[in-house]
Design a protein around this ligand. Structure first.
Ligand SMILES: Cc1ncc(COP(=O)(O)O)c(C=O)c1O
Length: 467
């Protein structure tokens, strides 16, 4: 039994916590943080305690490190609150939520130029990570099936991507026991190249994963060139290696900002595509999508049935229960924005990225790696002779003092000596805010330049790549 129950004085204090005025309660230590309290609290008290603690978190709108949505309009928020109780797996109980999920899949398949939207198959997920796992799993099973049919060994599958790939692919390789083959990026070509792919693949390759919008810099990997190289390889050797495009961010940007870029199902070799509804799909976290070009691609053994309107519905997912509200928010955005709306938002983000990137480059001591021409993301490094007494970590620290969260981090393997800073421009980072950002940025750089010695007390931040 908890101590306070035996102790009358403490029991009285405990009751005081349950009444207002809230901030006159005695002793925060009476609210246990790491075990259940005996009696619980009034809802107002519990709310206030959690609310107060969250004031120590960074301001999500000023978080320029994340790709994930931090703003939706009030009508979407209302819908979110109304739909918070929907479980996506209860297809029988919530048939309209299931129908709306299906519509979203068709809308995305159409946006990505699938040859026949009726033949396509896809699912919503908790994010791109789950979507990538499913895309990878299909490639592994199909490779195994094909090898078994030919009486060949299936013990050594591998998967090919660049060393700048997002951590989810390393996880996929680890969890599903596939050898990861990293094509190392270089300063001249900081992305997956067709030549690098050809060097890495063999008959045990289950698939190749170009990324539309490398997480470090926002640059698009050349999907069409890689597809062409794999077409030629097949013509020469008979090896038929599929592509899964990781479009976590780019699959919601390229259709609007670079409609002529051929990266999607227009390339017959592209078997599947994932995206994050919660990134440039403009929905709150966690929502992802994965779509295959046609049903025949997904092995039946991976599909399970759930009951639906007295019948059955096929499902393919890692989770069972998960929120349905985000799927409804995605559909809300599709209805609300249409093509023009998405275009305007992504274009505004790109304009802001270009504006800031070029202003930062004009300051003289920074060199751009990207300027927002692919994803509305830009990254820069210090020029070699910029400063001997401060670095980008110090600048990141100073920006944080004003609330801006701008990460500084090393590039991936083979380029780890290069430290860069990156800004992800998302819906709601307006030109107005961008001007304020620039003022703070210039002031911070000026401060660092004026220092006589090193900037003190910097705690090096962790890598931002969980985003
Ligand atoms: C290229 C890429 N793939 C996958 C992911 C993982 O996505 P999610 O956070 O939606 O699980 C990310 C996240 O930033 C990413 O940038």
């Amino acid at each position: 039994m908890a101590k306070w129950r035996k102790h009358p004085q403490k029991a009285i204090m405990r009751d005081e916590i349950a009444i207002n005025p809230l901030f006159s309660r005695h002793g925060e230590d009476l609210v246990p943080r790491f075990k259940l309290s005996e009696k619980g609290l009034l809802p107002e008290t519990a709310y206030q305690i959690v609310h107060d603690e969250l004031t120590l978190d960074g301001n999500a709108r000023l978080n320029l490190a994340t790709f994930v949505g931090t703003w939706m309009e009030p009508q979407a928020q209302a819908l979110y609150a109304e739909a918070a109780d929907k479980n996506m797996i209860d297809k029988d109980e919530y048939p309209q939520t299931a129908a709306i999920e299906d519509r979203c899949i068709h809308i995305l398949a159409d946006l990505w130029n699938v040859p026949d939207t009726q033949e396509t198959i896809g699912v919503s997920t908790t994010g791109s990570s789950e979507a990538c796992m499913l895309g990878g799993l299909v490639m592994k099973r199909r490779w195994q099936q094909a090898r078994r049919k030919q009486g060949l060994d299936t013990g050594h599958p591998n998967i090919v991507f660049s060393s700048a790939v997002q951590v989810v692919w390393e996880k996929f390789a680890n969890y599903f026991e596939v050898e990861p083959r990293y094509v190392e990026v270089t300063p001249e070509r900081p992305f997956l190249t067709a030549a690098g792919v050809l060097d890495a693949v063999d008959e045990n390759t289950i698939g190749v994963v170009p990324v539309l919008g490398v997480t470090y810099t926002g640059v698009y990997e050349p999907v069409a060139e890689i597809a062409k190289a794999l077409d030629d390889l097949q013509a020469r050797t008979g090896l038929d290696i599929p592509i899964h495009v990781d479009g976590a961010s780019g699959a919601f940007v390229a259709p609007f900002l670079q409609p002529d870029l051929v990266w999607d199902f227009r390339l017959p070799r592209v078997q599947s595509i994932n995206t994050s509804g919660h990134k440039y799909g403009l929905v709150y976290p966690g929502l992802g999508w994965v779509i295959w070009r046609d049903k025949a691609v997904v092995p039946e053994e991976l599909v399970f049935d759930v009951s639906y309107l007295g019948g059955h519905m096929p499902t393919f997912a890692l989770n069972f229960s998960r929120p349905g509200a985000q799927v409804l928010l995605q559909y809300y955005n599709f209805l609300r924005l249409g093509w023009q709306g998405y275009y305007q938002i992504q274009k505004t983000c790109q304009d802001v990225a270009h504006f800031l990137a070029h202003k930062i480059a004009a300051m003289g001591m920074f060199e751009l790696l990207t300027d927002g021409s692919d994803l509305p993301v830009f990254a820069w490094r210090l020029t070699a002779d910029a400063s001997d007494h401060w670095d980008l970590h110090d600048l990141s620290h100073l920006m944080r003092e004003r609330g801006w969260q701008v990460p500084a981090y090393p590039l991936p393997a083979a380029m780890t000596e290069v430290t860069i800073m990156r800004v992800v421009v998302r819906n709601s980072f307006s030109m107005d805010l961008a001007h304020l950002f620039l003022e703070d940025f210039q002031r911070s750089v000026q401060y660092l330049q004026n220092l006589d010695g090193p900037f003190p007390h910097v705690i090096r931040p962790a890598s931002p790549f969980h985003h």
